[in-house]
Design a protein around this ligand. Sequence first.
Ligand SMILES: Nc1nc2c(ncn2[C@@H]2O[C@H](COP(=O)(O)OP(=O)(O)O)[C@@H](O)[C@H]2O)c(=O)[nH]1
Ligand SMILES: [Mg+2]
Length: 365
Amino acid sequence: MKKVKILLLSGFLGAGKTTTALRLISHVERKGLSAVYIANDQGSLLIDTEMGEGKGIVTRQVGNGCFCCRFEDLIEAVQGLIAEKQPDVIIAEAVGSCTDLVSTVIRPLKKYYGAQLEVLPFPVVLDGNRYADMQRLLGTRLSYLFTKQIEDAQIIGLSKSDSIPDDDRAAFIAALHQQYPAKPVITYSSQTGDGIAEFADALIFTPQLSADTLTPLEIDYETYGAAEADMAWVDISLDLTANDRLIAPDVWIRTCLENLRSAPSLSNRVIGHIKIALGNGVTLTKASLVDIHKEIQFDERCCDPAEACVALINARAEGQPAEIYAIVEAAVKHTASLTESQVIFREHNAFSPGMPTPVHRILQD
Ligand SMILES: Nc1nc2c(ncn2[C@@H]2O[C@H](COP(=O)(O)OP(=O)(O)O)[C@@H](O)[C@H]2O)c(=O)[nH]1
Ligand SMILES: [Mg+2]
C-alpha cells in the first residue's frame, strides 16, 4: 500500500504555521494530490480549525495539549483521515510553544507507524521579525524555547518574506547560516506565494534530507516547561448581536485588536498571538495580532455586516491566565460599547500549560 506523507510543521506562536499549512495544501492540490490539515493547540476552541474548515480543507483538531503529550489523539486523527479520506499528504501543525518534536513525535511516528506513513523532513517556520525580537530577549526562558525550536528542526522556513525589508532579510539569513550551518534556509511568503513552490519541493515533492540530519536535541525540560507556562492560554467564545447598526465583522475585530494593542497592561509582555474570528454561520472574518508594534493582519474578510455573529478569541501572552483573560475581557466589553453591539460570553478557558509530559521520547534513531 502507498504510504501517506506526513509533514509536521513547528515554529513559534504567530510564526505563520497555519497560513503556511493552508497555502501548502492548496499548492499540493494544484499539483493533483490531495492534502488534509490537523490543527493542534493547548485549548479546545481553536481558530486554526475554523480557518482550515473555512477554506474547505478537510480538517481535524487535536486540542487540550500538544502532539507530544496527546500522541494517541494525533494517531487517532491521522488514522481517521486515512480511513475516511485516503489523502496523499497530511500536514500537522504543532503548538507554537512546543519543542523537542523530533524525539517525541517524528521518531515515534517513524518507529511505530513507518509502514503506513512517510515522515517528511521536519521544518521550523520562523518569522524574521520575531527572530530579531528574540535577540533582545536573550537569556530568558522564552528565548531558550525559541532557540530549541530552531535547533530541533532540519529545515528553516523563513516566513513572511513580504514583510521583511531586503537588507534585514539578508542579515537574518546570514545569521542563521552562521548559527545553524547544516540547516537549509528557505525564504517564502504565504501571503504573496513567493517561495512556496521551493518550500513545498524541499519538504514534500523532492525532499533531499535523510534521517541522519535528525540530531539529538539537548534540552532541559524544567526550563522548557517553565517557558511554556510563562505564556498563558486564553480562549473565549462570544455571541454578538447588533443593536441599531449591523455588526461589521472587520470593524469589530479591528476595534478590539486596536484596543488590546494600546492596552498599557500588555505593552511590556511578549504576545504570542491574539486572534479573533467572527462568523455568521456561513463565512468567516479573521485577524491576528502577533506583535503590538506591528499592523493587525486580516487573513479572511468574508463576512458581510450581520445582525448576529459568533466570535472566537484565542490569545497567548506572557502572564498569569487570569490577568490575560481580564485584559481580553475588558477589550471585548469596550469594543461592544464602541460598536453598539451586545455581547454574551459563552465559554472560556484560561490556563498556563502544564509541564510537557510526552507519551514517547526517543532520543536516537
Ligand atoms: N505579511 C505576512 N503575514 C503573514 C504571512 N503568513 C502569515 N502571516 C500573518 O501572521 C499572523 C500569524 O499567522 P498564523 O499562520 O496564524 O501563525 P501560527 O500561529 O504560526 O499558526 C497572521 O496574522 C497572518 O496573517 C506572510 O507570508 N506574510
Ligand atoms: Mg496556527
